[in-house]
Design a protein around this ligand. Structure first.
Ligand code: F6P
Length: 351
């Protein structure tokens, strides 16, 4: 029996996490004769007693199609907890772990990058439905979320058309508009608002009116939760809509509600009856698409190979159709935003 690897999933859950866990366990046990320990509830599991369990072939059997994560998750920041880093280092040693595979988004991977600098042997796997991790063409979970959102936009379309209404669909996307752009274009949305681009609400309303005058008397507007809108009451200053002012351990506020604000502004300015839907966590739940199962599987296998080669402080990533390794520090240094080329394609279909 060789090394013992710990695996954890942190931050918001996402379809495809179980595919990664399954791949890590099978590659470790079958190919390298390693043991795998599941660290429960993200970084919390490495700071608290009793939050680990052995992952054997039985435990990971029949999970590839399941959403969520069998080892649970949390938004825990060890750098904000008393003796958090010290406790992680001690617990890793006590468990006899040669390395940790951390599966997560910007926050979990940011912690991984800092722990690597503290001497912890770590490999990262990028996960988020938002698809905003730098250095990888795609994160798993994104494709599933886009397909769920596209399906919702399709459904909203037929009801918008029947009632001659404007329908606003709010999708997830804290810093970036990847889900909004891809689901919006694929679903035939008439306008898409994203955090990366300011859009003048008056211009959107004018375009909606022109669209309705030329006989297309319904519209579908897609908005990412992190987009900002300028409204008259706020003297045209841009507002960011949050559910409340509470922050999580990484300083993020809970977003959600811009769709409602936008719908009421559009109705006020155009006179067209307008409704909104907020897709929320529906986009994160349920069974992953084939693409996400495959990407999660490829990432999991590649992460174990990095551990085997002793290449720590790296994150597996998809470049073109190849899985490569990049420095965790680089991957967590910036956010992957919508590029102008993709946005210009989306703009062709506005109005
Ligand atoms: O980071 C992914 C994400 O889905 C964001 O788009 C969203 O703002 C956030 O997670 C919601 O997180 P929670 O489930 O903690 O409310």
């Amino acid at each position: 029996m060789g090394k013992k690897i710990g695996i954890l999933t942190g931050g918001g859950d996402c379809p495809g996490l179980n595919a990664v866990i399954r791949a890590v366990v099978r590659k470790s046990i079958i190919i390298y004769d390693y043991q795998v320990v599941g660290i429960l509830k993200g970084w919390r599991g490495l700071m608290e007693y009793g939050l680990t369990e052995e992952l054997n072939l039985d435990k990971i059997s029949g999970i590839i199609h399941r959403g969520g994560t069998i080892i649970k998750t949390s938004r825990t920041n060890p750098f904000k907890e008393k003796d958090g880093v010290k406790r992680i280092i001690e617990k890793k040693k006590a468990l006899g772990l040669s390395a940790i595979i951390a599966v997560g988004g910007e926050d979990t991977l940011g912690v991984a990058a800092k722990l690597f600098e503290e001497g912890v042997e770590i490999v990262g796997v990028p996960k988020t439905i938002d698809n905003d991790i730098w250095g990888t063409d795609y994160t798993f979970g994104f494709d599933t979320a886009v397909n769920i959102a596209m399906d919702a936009i399709d459904r909203v379309h037929t009801t918008a058309e029947s009632h001659n209404r404007v329908m606003v669909v709010e999708v997830m996307g804290r810093h970036t508009g990847w889900i909004a752009i891809e689901a919006g274009v694929a679903g035939g949305a008439d306008f898409i608002l994203i955090p990366e681009k300011s859009m003048d609400l008056d211009k959107i309303c004018d375009a909606i009116c022109k669209r309705h005058q030329r006989g297309r008397d319904f519209s579908v507007v897609v908005v990412a939760e992190g987009a900002k809108v300028a409204i008259q009451e706020k003297k045209e200053e841009e507002v960011f809509v949050v559910q409340d002012d509470k922050e999580d351990a990484f300083g993020h506020v809970r977003l959600g509600g811009i769709g409602k604000l936008l719908a009421s502004e559009i109705e006020k300015r155009t006179g067209f009856e307008t409704r909104f839907v907020i897709l929320g966590h529906i986009q994160r739940g349920g069974s992953p698409t084939a693409f996400d199962r495959m990407l999660g599987t490829r990432f999991g296998v590649a992460a174990v190979d990095l551990v085997h080669k002793g290449e720590f402080g790296k994150m597996v990533s998809l470049r073109g159709n190849k899985i490569v390794a990049i420095d965790l520090k680089e991957a967590t240094s910036k956010t992957k935003r919508i590029d102008d080329q993709l946005y210009e394609i989306a703009e062709v279909f506005f109005g």
